[in-house]
Design a protein around this ligand. Structure first.
Ligand code: GDP
Length: 447
């Protein structure tokens, strides 16, 4: 798997740190020209992996900046090539001048998006899943996303697929050995039986693993909460309270929340997306009807529904998707004359956006439900649809392999090879040239 192929002799340069202006900006160069660039800009070469404080100069002798330069000799670097890093003041003009100067040297050019990581992959420093996990790590906004990405960047997910792949390669070897021995007519069929039993067990393991994809999606894209309720039930008010900002129009006119409004919350380290929907009512106008249709279809794919009902003036809203977990929420509890008589039993929660009653508890409950959906920290989950598709193909080949028919062991062993090949494609251990552009396009320049 290591040393996939060497890339062009070009050295590449890019700003690898974040948005400017910033206190410090990191400019990274990868490739054979890294040493030369350090000698040119910092005056003389620096020691491997030792930070040096230098004056940086352009070839014409003008001072560019003063900063820290670090050299990482290949192959022990992120890309596997020689790398130079210049830590400069993060001003736009400073960085622009540095980049322009460095890219001006022969054999050095600006990097394409994801090109550093692509080189790391091609030099066998990271596999495909680790590459994807690095993209996720760079993009992680919540603690759950960060934990998941770090775990996969460390190779946990890759190791699961590689261990399945090793089992299949072993299984195939056993079957093929048995085919050879069978010709000599002196080996009992029990080896094959054990092998096929193991393959059957693996089908179950893959199915369970693929079943975790929704949890991974929730970690990545967010736990979907949809607010439903009759007009005036208090949806927009709750939405705003949850968002802690005035994101929706709060109005007493029924049916004005025509479109879907979404806010993303970071609840206990999890991404939670809350959507406010159009008022669900029996005789809507045309535009409203479109909104209601959207509300219903959005509700159909939610992870949790908040079904709101005005406790003082309950209006029925008709059918809601039955298979989606729902919390029935009584609103405007502040308006009840005698709060103790609140028909608490009819609701999972009673809230008031006027005085804040029940909101903290509701947020905690949503967080609790989201946490239950993403499973335990450390669970190994398929993190991309790409993985799920290849795992499903793997499973199809394995199913075909364990199906006993007139094909005989030889053709069934071939199905094992195809299945192992699909697992290899997920990790990038077998030819994946066609997928690379898609995967590296997820990166920004400098990564
Ligand atoms: P929507 O049509 O379901 O989005 O409902 P809104 O959030 O627009 O609220 C409808 C009306 O009820 C507005 O006049 C709000 O001020 C009022 N309202 C919403 N929540 C509460 C609450 O908790 N207490 C009281 N007293 N009024 C509320």
């Amino acid at each position: 798997m290591l040393g996939r192929q060497m890339i062009s002799g070009d050295s590449i340069v890019a700003l690898s740190s974040g948005r400017l202006p910033a206190g410090v900006a990191v400019i990274r160069i990868s490739g054979p020209k890294s040493r030369f660039v350090i000698e040119m800009i910092a005056g003389t070469m620096v020691k491997n992996r030792v930070a040096a404080y230098r004056k940086f100069k352009a070839p014409d002798g003008s001072v560019l900046d003063r900063g820290v330069v670090v050299f990482f000799a290949g192959p022990n670097s992120f890309t596997g090539e020689d790398i130079a890093e210049f830590h400069v003041h993060g001003g736009r003009a400073v960085v622009a001048r540095m980049l322009e100067t460095i890219a001006g040297f022969d054999g050095v050019r600006h990097a394409e998006p994801g090109e550093f990581t692509r080189r790391a992959f091609l030099n066998g420093k990271v596999d495909l899943i680790e590459t994807e996990a690095l993209a996720d790590l760079v993009n992680a906004e919540t603690e759950a996303q960060r934990r998941f990405a770090v775990q996969n960047a460390e190779g946990v997910q890759s190791e699961l697929y590689l261990s399945w792949r090793r089992r299949l390669i072993h299984a195939r070897a056993m079957i093929e050995a048995e085919i050879d021995f069978a010709e000599e007519d002196d080996v009992p069929g029990s080896v094959a039986e054990t092998v096929w039993a193991d393959v059957r067990a693996m089908i179950g393991e893959i199915e369970r693993h693929v079943g975790g994809f929704r949890a991974a999606e929730i970690i990545r894209d967010g736990f979907e909460v949809v607010i439903l309720g009759a007009p005036n039930a208090g949806k927009s008010s709750l939405f705003n309270a949850l968002a802690r900002r005035e994101a929706a129009i709060v109005t007493e006119e029924p049916g004005t929340t025509r479109d879907l409004l979404e806010v993303v919350l970071n609840l206990e380290g999890m991404r939670v997306r809350v959507t406010d929907t159009a008022g669900l009512r029996a005789t809507p106008g045309r535009i409203e009807a479109i909104g209601i249709e959207r509300a219903r279809s959005k509700a159909g794919t939610a992870d949790l529904l908040l079904v709101l009902e005005d406790m003082v003036d309950p209006v029925p809203i008709g059918a809601i998707p039955a298979d989606i977990p729902a919390l029935k929420i009584g609103t405007k509890v502040d308006l009840l004359q005698d709060r103790s008589s609140a028909p608490a039993a009819r609701y999972d929660a009673a809230i008031s956006t006027k005085d804040g009653t029940g909101l903290a508890k509701l947020l905690a409950e949503i967080g609790h439900r989201a946490a239950a959906q993403i499973g335990q920290a450390g669970d190994i989950l398929p993190s991309r649809l790409r993985h799920v598709e290849l795992l499903n193909e793997t499973k199809r080949f394995l199913r075909a392999a364990v199906t006993e028919d007139e094909r005989g062991q030889e053709l069934r062993a071939e199905e094992l090879r195809l299945a192992a090949d699909r697992l290899g494609r997920i990790v990038g251990a077998v030819d994946v040239e066609d997928m690379l552009d898609v995967i590296f396009a997820q990166f920004c320049i400098g990564k």
